[in-house]
Design a protein around this ligand. Structure first.
Ligand code: MG
Length: 393
């Protein structure tokens, strides 16, 4: 004889449930060889040693008819009565962003899930890696997820000015610390070639992104940003040819993860890129703004680009002047957020830094490993954190 002793008929579970099934089995003419557990006819698991148990993990909401079979030396000796198990939907959705949205792609003008549902990521950009390397660690990434409710983070790897071109091993290691942490936490992560003259560093950029694609191209978490902000470079003759080469190098290894391309004039002239877009799939175009400087005229450029079919991605914005400091324009910041929400455009705030400037999210001397109390967060940082906590699920 065999019976399921746990769970009882009245047990209630909440998804994603972990249910321990336990059976009591006895055989009058020999030994039990094993007990197998089933949901209907679907095998769940087995146990050869009493007490007979199986831990059923990640059980989704629904109803299940579970039974157990005892096998002795002659075959199936006994089948238990069915226990009906109900798993209710959890009130809170505790899945990570990557569990929710999966492998992102570009569908029309939107970042979407694999089944074409538009996704709006919101999160924080780190500061130039060569100057704020203390924040490039797992603790900060985890804090940005848990306390700030970020669904995406950006590793802004400085290239010139003492960055990757000078210390490639050191700067790449900082990026990898952030990417590895984001993967562990289920966050999306942007690998940003933070450069104003990337067309002058084409071979270094290609080699770097090939390495990143080999390491991370099979991970849904990763988004490549191959040119932060072109300064004075022409789209048709400089930026697009650079992008074509880097994209081709990435695509030879990683066929699908989203690649964000910088646009002329510090990633503002998305309308210019829209007149001659790249021909690859899963490409987004960077739109950067600093709310106290860039206002309706830049939103108009964005609208022109969207109307021409471009998918935009705000990989960086500040609630300050274009310099990164000066006046903090709360009203304009909200106008921008409304615009991005209406168009389902993802955004990352510049920046996780404790520099004494308006756009820095943290006060001078803030911890490099998260755990920031209110007193360590700047006025800009508090505004962004409130928006993240209100808007991100
Ligand atoms: Mg891939």
């Amino acid at each position: 004889m065999i019976s399921i002793t746990s769970p009882g008929a009245t047990a209630v579970f909440t998804s994603p449930a972990t249910i321990t099934l336990t059976a009591d089995a006895k055989d009058t003419d020999g030994a039990i060889i094993k007990v197998t557990f089933y949901d209907g006819t679907k095998l769940l698991g087995e146990d050869a040693v009493a007490p007979y148990t199986f831990t059923w993990q990640n059980v989704a909401a629904g109803t299940y008819a579970v039974n157990a079979k005892a096998t002795d030396h002659t075959g199936i000796a006994a089948v238990s009565k069915t226990v009906n198990i109900t798993v209710n939907t959890g009130l809170a959705d505790n899945r990570t962003a990557v569990e929710k949205y999966g492998q992102l792609k570009i569908t029309g003008v939107h970042v979407t899930t694999p089944d074409n549902q538009p996704v709006q990521l919101r999160g924080m950009s780190l500061f130039w890696s060569q100057w704020m390397g203390q924040f490039y660690n797992a603790q900060t990434v985890k804090w940005l997820k848990d306390d700030w409710r970020s669904t995406v983070v950006r590793a802004a790897m400085g290239v010139e000015l003492g960055g990757y071109l000078t210390n490639p091993t050191e700067e790449k290691a900082k990026v990898m610390a952030v990417v590895d942490a984001a993967i562990a936490e289920g966050l999306y992560v942007i690998i940003d070639w933070h450069d104003h003259h990337a067309q002058n560093h084409l071979e270094q950029s290609k080699a770097f992104f090939v390495d990143m694609a080999i390491r991370y191209g099979d991970k849904p978490n990763v988004i490549y940003e191959i040119y932060n902000e072109p300064e004075g470079a022409d789209w048709n003759s400089q930026i697009k040819p650079y992008a074509n080469e880097v994209i081709q190098a990435i695509r030879a290894i990683d066929p699908d993860n989203i690649i964000v391309v910088g646009t002329p004039n510090w990633s503002q002239d998305v309308d210019v890129a829209a007149n001659n877009p790249l021909s690859y799939t899963n490409i987004a175009y960077a739109l950067h703004y600093y709310a106290s400087t860039h206002k309706q005229s830049l939103r108009n450029k964005a609208t022109v680009a969207i109307d021409k079919g471009l998918a935009l991605f705000v990989t960086e914005f500040g609630i300050s002047e274009a310099s990164g400091t000066g006046f903090l324009d709360e009203t304009e910041a909200r106008t921008w957020w409304n615009f991005l929400d209406q168009n389902t455009i993802s955004w990352l705030n510049w920046s996780v830094a404790d520099k004494n400037e308006t756009s820095a999210a943290l006060m001078p001397g803030a911890s490099g490993t998260g755990n920031w109390p209110e007193a360590s967060i700047s006025r800009s940082g508090r505004m962004v954190r409130t928006e993240l906590k209100n808007k991100n699920p």
